[in-house]
Design a protein around this ligand. Structure first.
Ligand SMILES: CC(=O)N[C@H]1[C@@H](OP(=O)(O)OP(=O)(O)OC[C@H]2O[C@@H](n3ccc(=O)[nH]c3=O)[C@H](O)[C@@H]2O)O[C@H](CO)[C@@H](O)[C@@H]1O
Ligand SMILES: C=C(OP(=O)(O)O)C(=O)O
Length: 444
């Protein structure tokens, strides 16, 4: 078992570099199987557990995939198989993103049902509605969803009931090889959609309007491999911006793109945090007193749900009452119980959390209930009295490259350890806060 151990009380200072965006690289790698000619080279790829999983999915489908340094090379020119089994989809829901591409290219896709996860039920009805509008038939059974089309998909007008990120991506990937024009309305406008569309256009696709609520796609006959660079991860960047603010530090978040982070910058500014947009990133200077604010998560350009739990950590240190309303996922407050173990004063009312700050946070044993919850608990640990121990690190590894190493380079007292003997560890830690013989640091 592994744990992250944080000692609170250090101000963070220095520069931290952001990696490539998880939510951009996953659809881009999925889209690479649309190329029946040439190879793709995708740069600025973060070494995340989810990237290894999507690469495994592609290899299972019969593509050649290599991951060296920050570059993933894909050759998908051989005949593909058209099934993504449960073992991959269970590990990572984004495995469903190969569905649109397989359907467009091979006329068939069979994908294990993704099911729900800790943050919500997460259906994919909008993805399937798009495929059906393009002429595909969709069946479900035995835990799988199967879509097929005789001949080619046909361009269609598709209106999404909600601007789903995954549905927008899957439908774009289906439409690029369809006969005729597809118009996708009320679609997601996230920067990751723009990154995907730019890659597909470099492959020969004809997509216009990515980044707005209406996207037009004119189908083409064939796509070829292309070179593409993944955008910096705005959620990772936002997490370090909050780390700087919560500790009253001064940190340059290198490569953070301010245009992608407007809602966070606006809210942090309202909270009295000093933010400077510099040429090579965003500098955050934490104030002595943080003011409370109210936040409502929304699809982009609204406040991102993926920064909701980290902002809750920050509100715990604000002087006064703040409120967070989560509108994107129905169950994304799992971290509240964990914050309460740390002495946080939070009340839940329906889809809102009322945070009465400042809480005198205390170090505790807590579990990362999902990826961003894990990051939020570490942020709280940075300002808690004493030691915080975070478990369930597999969630954090899905979305942060070396979170402990990066925070330590800014001056945080944090390490990741492998515990060989759980019982011995609990006896030792009950009496001491010094490193124990039973623990081994995992990263240098
Ligand atoms: C790999 C990736 O990019 N993940 C991101 C993506 O997830 P993902 O693409 O799964 O998120 P969606 O935008 O699709 O989901 C948003 C909401 O719409 C609902 N919904 C979605 C599709 C559908 O067919 N039917 C339906 O009801 C979902 O249950 C959820 O409540 O966007 C989310 C919202 O910004 C982020 O939190 C995730 O980090
Ligand atoms: C919810 C997230 O990711 P995913 O959609 O991959 O579960 C996230 O990145 O916070």
């Amino acid at each position: 078992m592994e744990k992250i151990i944080v000692q609170g009380g250090k101000r963070l200072n220095g520069t931290v570099k952001v990696d490539g965006a998880k939510n951009a690289v996953l659809p881009v790698i999925a889209a690479s199987i649309l190329a029946t000619k040439g190879i793709s080279k995708i740069y600025n790829v973060p070494a995340l557990a989810d990237v290894y999983t999507i690469n495994e999915v592609l290899k299972y489908l019969n593509a050649d995939v290599e991951f060296n340094e920050d570059c993933v090379t894909v050759n998908a020119t051989s005949q593909l198989t058209t099934e993504a089994p449960f073992e991959y989809v269970r590990k990572m829901r984004a495995s469903v993103l190969v569905m649109g591409a397989l359907l467009a290219r091979e006329g068939h896709a069979r994908i294990a049902m993704p099911g729900g996860c800790a943050i919500g039920s997460r259906p994919i009805d909008q993805h399937l509605k798009g495929f059906e509008a393009m002429g595909a038939t969709v069946h479900t059974g035995n835990g799988y969803i199967e879509a097929e089309i005789k001949g080619k998909l046909k361009g269609a007008n598709i209106y999404l009931d909600f601007p789903s990120v995954g549905a927008t991506e899957n439908i774009i990937m289906a439409a690029v090889l369809a006969d005729g024009e597809t118009q996708l309305e009320n679609c997601a406008q996230e920067p990751e959609i723009v990154c995907l569309a730019e890659y597909l256009n470099a492959m020969g696709a004809k997509i216009k309007g990515a980044g707005t609520s209406t996207i037009k796609i004119v189908g083409v006959k064939q796509l070829k491999g292309a070179v593409h660079e993944i955008i910096p991860d705005r959620i990772e960047a936002g997490t370090y911006m909050i780390a700087a603010a919560i500790t009253g530090g001064n940190v340059l978040v290198e490569d953070a793109i301010a245009e992608h982070l407007r809602p966070l910058i606006a809210k942090m500014t309202e909270m009295g945090i000093h933010i400077e947009e510099e040429l090579d990133g965003i500098r955050v200077i934490g104030p002595d007193i943080i003011r409370p604010t109210d936040i409502k998560t929304m699809p982009h350009p609204g406040f991102p749900t993926d920064l909701q739990s980290q902002m809750m950590a920050l509100l715990l240190k604000a002087k006064g009452t703040g409120m967070i309303t989560e509108t994107v996922f129905e169950n994304r407050f799992m971290h509240v119980e964990e914050f309460r173990r740390m002495n946080a004063n939070i009340k839940i009312e329906g889809r809102s959390a009322i945070i009465n700050g400042p809480s005198q946070l205390q170090g505790a044993e807590v579990a990362a209930t999902d990826l961003r919850a894990g990051a939020a608990l570490i942020l709280a640990g940075l300002v808690a009295d004493g030691t915080t121990r975070v478990t369930e690190l597999q969630h954090i590894d899905r979305g942060y490259v070396d979170l402990t190493g990066k925070l330590r380079s800014l001056g945080a007292s944090i390490e990741r350890i492998v515990i060989e003997d759980e019982v011995a560890e609990s006896v030792t830690t009950a009496t001491s806060t010094t490193p124990k013989l039973t623990m081994k640091p995992k990263f240098a």
